[in-house]
Design a protein around this ligand. Structure first.
Ligand code: GLC
Length: 482
């Protein structure tokens, strides 16, 4: 039996701001329990729902020197669906309404968390063989394991994996600040270690010192070795190419299941989806104030309204699309003001075709995945992306930019809907996006049978964690020569 500890800043069902939480919360359940004891450690944020916080049990606490003061570190535990979650408690750090806020303060918060997480392990008395770190918030952990935690027997043989969920966010500030928060000596602040472009960089620490690096799709693993996607670290990614591996994410097949999803007004599977989806679509059109028209294609999108999600492309073609096509567009999400007002204006201009739901609503999101016909996902880059898989599982055909995990999970179909799982465009520009969307609408409008066949293939494709969890187990076995 080998012990694996995931350390991260978020995990479902406790706290979620993005796909990271889905992965950290659902992957550990999928390991073979005969061989792996996988546990998870995250901060105990005060913004975790009270019903969940109330179920946590206190294990122990200690005091840790940090930034010249002795700080309280509480350890709590919650066994959820068979997985042990540990929580690091310190209310002076983890009090806010959201897990993240101010960049500068977050750097201090997660430096503290990283040190506290490792310090807590001997107190808990559970020794991981591998510590699996996720994103910049835990980037210092592999460094600490080679530095101050190296001495004792307990930590000596611990191996580390650093997983990149998104290279865009690296935890960067000037060297002095990162040095102060991390407590690491000058030795580490050179361009071959934690320094990058004269700043201190926490993720880079993890990428230099981890025994292995993974990222969330094979295509992204290749892309980040190039300047366009490398976010300034492509050189390091090339240098560590032998230790870098892409493992595409899965989705939680219990949570995302059109046969049981409690948010849906009708349930269905790959045999009954034509009627099932029609019922959800009608209810959805009503819910969001669109005319209930069963045969008008409903294009949908659930997204953060941020530029890199490809909204610039959609804005560019949206009016033309509405003029040229008898189609509906439904968007759910919040974000940058310019996009919020663009889609509100668009909905005002085309009230029978466009609905802009500028809000965060998980139930509505589920009804959109199920009630839509076509799912739009044109981001500039996407390390993996989970919503295209949710959409396909619910029988909604994706139109995507062939980048990162989108390329790996949505092989392109031809204009007859054959040979793939969705419609894709290669180069990031609005004309190509428009053309792929037109191909998809053409299939829906003129060859409904082929469109149905494509939907069925999407629903039957296996996007569960079975295969990816197997790859992680293989990765860990290799690292432990076991
Ligand atoms: C990040 C990435 C996204 C990925 C998710 C989970 O949010 O941007 O592409 O699916 O992490 O790995």
């Amino acid at each position: 039996m080998k012990n694996i500890l995931f350390i991260a800043s978020e995990a479902v069902p406790f706290i979620k701001t993005g796909g990271l939480a889905d992965v950290v919360g659902s992957l550990p359940k999928c390991f073979d329990k005969k061989y792996f004891d996988v546990r998870v450690m995250i901060p105990k944020y005060l913004c975790i729902k009270e019903v969940l916080r109330n179920e946590m049990t206190y294990i122990d606490h200690f005091y840790m020197d940090y930034l010249g003061q002795s700080r309280y570190v509480g350890i709590l535990q919650y066994v959820y669906e068979g997985i042990t979650f540990y929580f690091i408690d310190n209310e002076s750090y983890f009090w806010g309404e959201k897990p993240y806020g101010d960049w500068y303060y977050d750097l201090e918060k997660f430096s503290f968390f990283s040190q506290a997480a490792l310090s807590a392990l001997p107190v808990i008395g559970w020794k991981p063989d591998i510590v699996h770190c996720h994103d910049w918030q835990t980037g210092l952990i592999p460094v600490y394991l080679k530095d101050r935690f190296r001495g004792g027997e307990f930590f000596r043989d611990m191996k580390t994996v650093m997983t990149i969920h998104n290279l865009k966010f690296q935890g960067v500030w000037d060297v002095k600040t990162i040095q102060r928060f991390s407590g690491l000596p000058d030795y580490y602040f050179t361009p071959d270690k934690l320094e990058a472009y004269k700043d201190g960089n926490m993720l880079k620490g993890g990428l230099v010192y981890a025994d292995a690096i993974t990222t969330v799709s094979s295509t992204y693993a290749e892309e980040i070795k190039t300047p366009f996607y490398g976010e300034g670290l492509d050189g390091l990614m090339r240098a560590r190419a032998n230790d870098l591996r892409g493992i595409v994410n899965g989705i939680d097949y219990d949570d995302f299941n059109p046969e049981t999803d409690p948010a849906l007004p009708a349930h269905y599977n790959s045999e009954t989806f034509v009627e099932g989806k029609a019922a959800v679509k009608a209810a959805l059109q009503k819910e969001v104030g669109l005319p209930v028209k069963p045969d008008v294609p409903l294009m949908v999108m659930v997204t953060r309204l941020a530029g890199h999600k490809g909204l610039d492309l959609l804005c560019y073609i949206a009016r033309r699309l509405m003029w040229e096509e008898d189609a509906q567009l439904l968007i759910l999400g919040t974000g940058e003001a310019q996009y919020e007002s663009f889609f509100k204006d668009l909905a005002n201009q085309f009230p029978d075709q466009v609905s802009a739901q500028i809000t965060f609503n998980l139930g509505l999101a589920a009804r959109i995945y199920a009630g839509g016909d076509i799912y739009l996902m044109p981001p500039k880059s996407e390390p993996c992306g989970l919503s295209q898989m949710n959409a396909m599982r619910y029988g909604t055909v994706p139109v995507v930019h062939a980048t990162g995990g989108l390329k790996d999970t949505v092989p392109p179909a031809d204009e007859n809907g054959e040979g793939g799982l969705g419609f894709t465009f290669q180069s990031y520009n609005a004309d190509d996006f428009f053309a792929s969307l037109k191909r998809c609408l053409g299939l829906y409008n003129h060859n409904r049978e082929a469109f149905r066949a494509l939907q069925k293939r999407d629903m039957e494709k296996d996007f569960s964690w079975d295969v990816p969890a197997g790859r992680y187990m293989e990765q860990f076995r290799n690292m432990l020569s076991w």
